[in-house]
Design a protein around this ligand. Sequence first.
Ligand code: NAP
Ligand code: MG
Length: 401
Amino acid sequence: MNKIPMNKIVEMDGDEMTRILWKMIKDELLAPFVELNTEYYDLGLPERDRTDDRITVEAANAIKKYRVGVKCATITPNAQRVEEYKLKEMWKSPNGTIRAILDGTVFRTPIITESIKPYVKTWKKPITIARHAYGDIYKCTEFRVPGPGKAELVFTGENGESFRETVYDFECAGVLQGQYNKDSSIESFARSCFNYAIDAREDLWFSTKDTISKQYDQTFKLIFADIYEKEYRQKFEELGIEYFYTLIDDAVARVIRSEGGFIWACKNYDGDVMSDMVSTAFGSLAMMTSVLVSPDGNYEYEAAHGTITRHYYKHLKGEQTSSNPIATIFAWTGALRKRGELDGNAPLMEFADKLEKACLDVIEDGVMTGDLALLCERGDIRKVNSNDFLAAIRAKLEQSM
Ligand code: NAP
Ligand code: MG
């Protein structure tokens, strides 16, 4: 069989159990069918430490060059990891570094199968959460107010003009917080969301609390509305998709009653909270993909879960593990399909579709990893280890090629 040719994408290897799965996926499911063409960056913790984390910055810059990247889960070091890996420093989160360089928005989408039913009965299609990963309470200044006194909000401009307003005249102890966001970041967020909706051909919902926050949240609402009217309305209408703004409390109620099949854009805190709710309600973190989209159209795909440390330690002891490779496989198919789209490479896009279908068909046959077996209500299932699961997917894929 002739292998499918492709243009280059950026490949970022990672850590622990997902690093093991990464190699298995490449060997079993990709390399036999595709002329894999990647620029390889090892973001495994030892290599980040050896290069003083320069490798992460180089990988992010390479994504800007090739426009598409795929990333394995990586360890974000804490004190215990510094000890375990004898690190020179407690290196920053690679995802944070890459996000800062690409200035992107993170979209998380569940992978849905017939065998695993969402907790919300009406949900038939995936709900994608787009989280604005910048500012608000994640960059706030706050303190305990020790006792009676006046709290003020002051802004001093470059030219000396200033605003001053009383927040509260405290008659007792309490708490105080100041937060901010930037128009430029909100604009990037809006464009990433509109572009993603166009790519996915799905409606875009956006929600804030602008009735209560008449300046702060109102600004988010106005920036979205303005960019939509000027840059995106026509394209949305051509595709028959909708941009829809509503209050966050109304959005929550509508999401629960919906069938799914849309993108829900959220401010930073709302996105943090709602993405955990949505992923749990759909089933499992191991069935959740994640893509970072920059406003100028660069894409980085990954699984939403971590390096599955607990399974890795078992693997090191020579025990079999039943780690679920689906989200990592879908990170690859997402990247290959995007590469195909950008280059008009139809065979590559078809391959991505076939590989995803093979994964879902194997699960529909009742063959699954332990995490899914726990969630599945069917009686006729066979729980397998990662090796056997990949072999079953390979067999399905071969039938369809
Ligand atoms: P985790 O790797 O997501 O795993 C937490 C637990 O969830 C696992 O122990 C396992 O449960 C289950 N699980 C997650 N993915 C699974 C899969 N594919 N198949 C089967 N079960 C799965 O989170 P963590 O243990 O909190 O973090 C481990 C490391 O990952 C940390 O060093 C963290 O920094 C890193 N991390 C990286 C990313 C990223 O690169 N995007 C994201 C999050 C965390 P059972 O043990 O019950 O089977
Ligand atoms: Mg969270």
